[in-house]
Design a protein around this ligand. Structure first.
Ligand code: E4P
Length: 213
């Protein structure tokens, strides 16, 4: 499983990228709105730093508008992935992008049939939202598992992005349940480093080193 970072904040992307683990970036309109920046300029900046997929979400709700917006976004850099919502218009746009060779990430996936339809429309990625399902008392991880099984049974190569990740256990379980990618906020990526025995081990090694004569 690969790691993407889920943010539009350049400092966060630069920091996580420096650790050598970031294979891509996902953004969404809420994350971009927090930054108070030109979306176009920020996408340019991100794609200059990160080689892998950078998801940029369209705002239009009609297929025609999505295609127009997404085509413009895709011109920013070859590694832009156009993010579209899971609606009939979203899938219509996904199919059109697939014909043009533009990568897509179908977002706001909350059940397996949505993921299967998105894949069949030609999506490069599907994004099931784990945390938001858990928030309403459903089992987000079970959804990742089911989608991974369906894609394996039918030889579908659309990649599963485990999204709406809230904590490190989501990351481990997403990897075990067949997600190809986990897109994580910086807070969760930082938490992944932590273990008290790592900290006490470093301290003990340094203490012993400093006791040398
Ligand atoms: C994924 O692409 C989304 O941007 C994101 O993971 C949503 O997460 P949230 O439920 O924490 O807003």
């Amino acid at each position: 499983m690969k790691f993407f970072i889920d943010t539009a904040n350049m400092n966060e992307i630069t920091e996580a990228h420096s650790w050598g683990i970031v294979s891509g970036v996902t953004t969404n309109p809420s994350l971009v709105a927090k930054e108070n920046i030109s979306f176009h300029d920020r996408l340019k900046e991100i794609t200059e730093l990160v080689e892998g997929s950078v998801s940029a979400e369209v705002i239009s709700l009609e297929a025609e508008g999505m295609i127009e917006e997404g085509t413009r976004l895709a011109q920013i850099a070859p590694n832009i992935t156009v993010k579209v919502p899971m609606t009939p218009d979203g899938l219509k746009a996904t199919a059109a992008f697939a014909k043009k060779g533009i990568k897509t990430n179908v977002t706001l996936i909350f059940n397996a049939n949505q993921a299967l339809m998105a894949a069949r429309a030609g999506a490069s990625y599907v994004s099931p939202f784990l945390g938001r399902l858990d928030d309403i008392g459903h089992d987000g991880m079970q959804l990742i598992n089911t989608i991974a099984d369906i894609f394996a049974i039918h030889g579908i190569d659309t990649e599963i992005i485990a999204a709406s990740i809230r904590h490190p256990q989501h990351v481990t379980q997403a990897a075990l349940n067949g997600a190809h990618i986990a897109t994580c906020p910086i807070k969760v990526l930082k938490q992944l480093f932590n273990h008290p025995l790592t900290d006490s081990g470093i301290e003990a090694f340094l203490n012993d080193w400093n006791k040398q004569k």
